[in-house]
Design a protein around this ligand. Structure first.
Ligand SMILES: [Zn+2]
Length: 376
């Protein structure tokens, strides 16, 4: 294997602190050396960071890339005053069921390439737009061609053929659909919200997945407070995602437990909801992640930089906290210790910014500052 020296780094965001005039050596896909550039060892290749800032690759722990169809009109209607409701998912379900494997994979490949160009070096993909045993398994198998972080979200919303029999749908999700999906999934997820699944159903679904060896994650607190967040903590889920509406008891539970609170500001942007209060969570000692929630209905962005800018401007995070949440926080939400920070021994996932500081990710919103990305 060749070694690569990333030289002339103006500011390096390393796990042990920020360094100026730094260099990094990559060997066999791992970070092999970090230090002052004057002391850098020889390497086979040299990359000039041009005095830019080097940050860890972003870890996007929440996306819904496996879908077909278009919801532009729904977005336009919402921006004209209509309110977001969970039922819009069903139009994407119809399009996804009708799509070929090639169409689904091509769309997800295009979107994941956008992610990587923008500095995301690890990403999760959920199913959840198939909602039959065959279509959920198919979507997860396709997602597995793009990432090892695949999540079974049969419990996204009850499909139209089960809209009057949600209990029957929960039986399917925890029965034959789980049988079909589990071989292709690392995680199980449930949308615990009014209009989707209640707390008792969420418990049934997550524990069924756990019994099949899947890790647990949950959507909760997007549209209102519920017991979902406390259930996620009680079950030891890796992450509970959205956390926009939280009771004090939810914050206390998160602070005492091991479940990461993953915030998805792209969803609030696109649905005109209030943003989650990251400051409240950080001050309570909760581990916070930022993720894109990329999906065609409520957050159609692949840009972690956009999420960071909102988190800094609207959610009470400092720029440093937002970058940590988008890197190490995402890694914690996926229970990964091999990615998320620039440390000797970790996977060599890095982004070079065409900017002197990571602060520019929020200071210069909307500007494509990621100039080069290394994945392993
Ligand atoms: Zn989601």
């Amino acid at each position: 294997m060749t070694t690569t020296l990333i030289d002339n780094i103006g500011l390096l965001v390393a796990a042990d602190g920020e360094r100026t005039d730094a260099a990094v050596v990559i060997d066999s896909g791992r970070i092999a050396w970090i230090g002052e550039r004057a002391a850098a060892p020889a390497a086979d290749e040299r990359v000039d960071a041009d005095r830019g800032c080097v940050i860890p690759g972003f870890v996007d722990s929440h996306s819904h890339l496996m879908f077909a169809g278009d919801r532009t009109a729904e977005f336009a209607a919402r921006m004209s005053g209509q309110k977001y409701a969970a039922g819009g998912i069903r139009s994407t379900v119809a399009a996804t069921r009708a799509a070929t494997d090639e169409q689904l994979l091509a769309n997800a490949t295009r979107l994941s390439a956008e992610m990587v160009r923008g500095g995301i070096t690890t990403f999760e993909i959920k199913s959840g737009y198939g909602l039959t045993a065959v279509d959920e398994a198919r979507c997860l198998a396709l997602a597995g061609q793009l990432t090892s972080e695949t999540t079974y979200l049969g419990a996204h919303v009850a499909p139209v053929e089960y809209q009057d029999d949600v209990a029957g749908y929960v039986d399917l999700v925890t029965g034959t659909m789980l049988d079909a999906a589990a071989p292709y999934a690392r995680w199980i997820d449930v949308f615990c919200e009014t209009g989707a699944f209640d707390v008792d159903q969420a418990r049934t679904i997550l524990t069924a997945g756990r019994s099949r060896g899947l890790g647990m994650r949950m959507h909760a607190g997007q549209l209102g407070e519920s017991g979902g967040v406390r259930l996620a903590v009680e079950l030891g889920a890796a992450s509970v995602d959205h956390c926009t509406f939280l009771a004090d008891a939810d914050v206390d539970a998160l602070a005492a437990g091991s479940t990461v609170a993953t915030l998805l500001p792209g969803a609030e942007f696109s649905t005109k909801q209030p943003y989650p209060d990251a400051r409240r969570l950080l001050d309570a000692g909760v581990t916070v992640a930022l993720a894109t929630d990329c999906n065609p209905g409520s957050s159609f962005t692949t840009s972690m930089s956009f999420c960071i800018a909102i988190a800094v401007r609207e959610m009470g995070m400092t720029p440093a906290e937002a970058v940590t949440a988008a890197t190490l926080g995402g890694a914690a939400a996926l229970r990964r210790d091999d990615v998320g920070s620039i440390t000797v021994g970790k996977r060599a996932d890095l982004a070079i910014l065409a900017a002197p500081s990571y602060v520019h990710l929020a200071y210069r919103p909307g500007v494509p500052l990621v100039s080069r990305v290394f994945v392993a």
